[in-house]
Write a protein that binds this ligand. Structure first.
Ligand SMILES: Cc1ncc(COP(=O)(O)O)c(/C=N/[C@@H](CS)C(=O)O)c1O
Length: 382
């Protein structure tokens, strides 16, 4: 059978270490096609390369080649009637999240498109994607009823709390004192334990405590900051959707923009789109020195994928005030209330456009969540 279901080979995913398989993935994306392998189980890196670019099929045999479309990479949607058999089915087939042309006018012929990640059903954020990928893989080797947990700025904690229950696990989330109330309260509503450390200046400062609790037993640390399933979830999900939506929507994609917490989603989006077209620019936003924008950090605070992978990007600094200003600009131009990290990314793109660094064309900004969660934050700044 020349085209086999890739789902029959997924047990090999966990055996592939490191990032060398990404060179294969990059090559397939650049060629737009993949060749056959006689026995996929002997080529786990090849299986993983096709999996993370979103293939549904894997070509088995000798001397054949199939296009991305034939491999199912373009199958990003699945529910024309929006009827779902379960909450997880809603997450999986209620895709892609929308890609919306903004009416906001940026300088230099830069056309702004918003990728609305609040359409993910559990945390109303981009973080559902790594939560589902991490927990679904974990469920192949961790017994039901176990306690899973991680440090979080809010969204991942909600997503993990929701998804853990769907897979029969208990959840514990650790948050810094400065986290928004929604991040401390909603995991409790979802039945998770919540530990808030008022002394922790940021999310990553909680990691030693989480690791200590994991070492002393009783906690499975899912580790969003270093678990490659985070990056891979966004390759197969967020990045692939933008690739296919841009093609089908007739965009002249010239760049992407977004923010960094673990760097999982923007590393994947930049890597994937630059694999297809090396000319695609990546504008990444970071909070200005001493600024604090919920969910995101400065690159120098230490991140895995954005520093490990072959990704070409430029950085722009944004204050919280500028992020909220961009939230208001998008709200008043589009009627859409995006979150502060999405606002920061829009502002970063606008800055680069204003500096004449961007050629005319279409630019996709990933909007990680909705501004509805940040009323207390916004009202202080409006
Ligand atoms: C509102 C918002 N915007 C952007 C990001 C950055 O996304 P990644 O770079 O992680 O893909 C996040 C990440 N938040 C994580 C890690 S800090 C959490 O919720 O625990 C976020 O909550």
């Amino acid at each position: 059978m020349p085209l086999a279901d890739i789902s029959g080979y997924l047990e090999v995913l966990d055996s592939v270490r490191g990032f060398s398989y990404l060179e294969t993935a990059r090559g397939v994306l650049r060629r737009g096609a993949a060749g056959c392998v006689s026995n996929p189980r002997e080529k786990p890196g090849y299986v993983k390369a096709l999996y993370v670019i979103g293939a549904v099929k894997i070509p088995v045999g000798e001397g054949c080649s199939y296009t991305l479309e034939e491999l199912g990479v373009y199958d990003i949607g699945g529910a024309p009637d929006m009827v779902f058999s379960s909450p997880l089915d809603l997450f999986t087939r209620g895709k892609p999240t929308p890609l919306v042309r903004s009416r906001l006018q940026l300088p230099g012929g830069v056309r702004l498109w918003l990728k609305l990640e609040w359409y993910n059903p559990f945390s109303l954020s981009v973080k559902d994607r790594p939560a589902v990928e991490i927990v679904s893989r974990l469920s192949r080797r961790v017994e039901k009823g176990s306690l899973v947990g991680d440090a979080t700025s809010s969204n991942f904690g909600i997503a993990l709390s929701a998804v853990a229950r769907l897979y029969g696990y208990k959840a514990r989330v650790y948050l810094p004192g400065a986290a928004e109330d929604f991040g401390k309260t909603l995991p409790r509503l979802l039945g998770a334990e919540v530990i808030v450390d008022p002394e922790a200046p940021s999310t990553v400062h909680l990691l030693p405590r989480v690791m200590k609790d994991a070492r002393s037993g009783g906690l499975v640390h899912v580790n969003q900051f270093y678990n490659d399933a985070n990056f891979e979830a966004h390759m197969r999900g967020t990045a692939r959707e933008i690739f296919v939506q841009s093609r089908r929507g007739g965009l002249r994609l010239k760049g992407v923009s977004g923010s960094l917490g673990t760097s999982g989603h923007m590393s994947a989006v930049a890597f994937y789109l630059q694999s297809v077209d090396p000319g695609v620019k990546a504008v990444l936003v970071q909070p200005a020195k001493d600024a604090s924008i919920p969910g995101i950090r400065r690159v120098e605070t230490g991140m895995l994928w954005i520093n490990m992978l072959d990704i070409d990007y430029s950085l722009a600094e944004v204050t919280l005030e500028e992020a909220v200003e961009a939230m208001a600009e998008v709200a008043r131009s589009d009627g859409l209330i995006i979150g502060p990290s999405g606002g920061a990314a829009v502002k970063a793109l606008a800055k680069k456009a204003g500096e004449g660094e961007l050629e005319p064309g279409d630019y996709v900004v990933v909007v990680p969540d909705t501004g509805f969660k940040y009323v207390n934050l916004v009202k202080q700044l409006l």
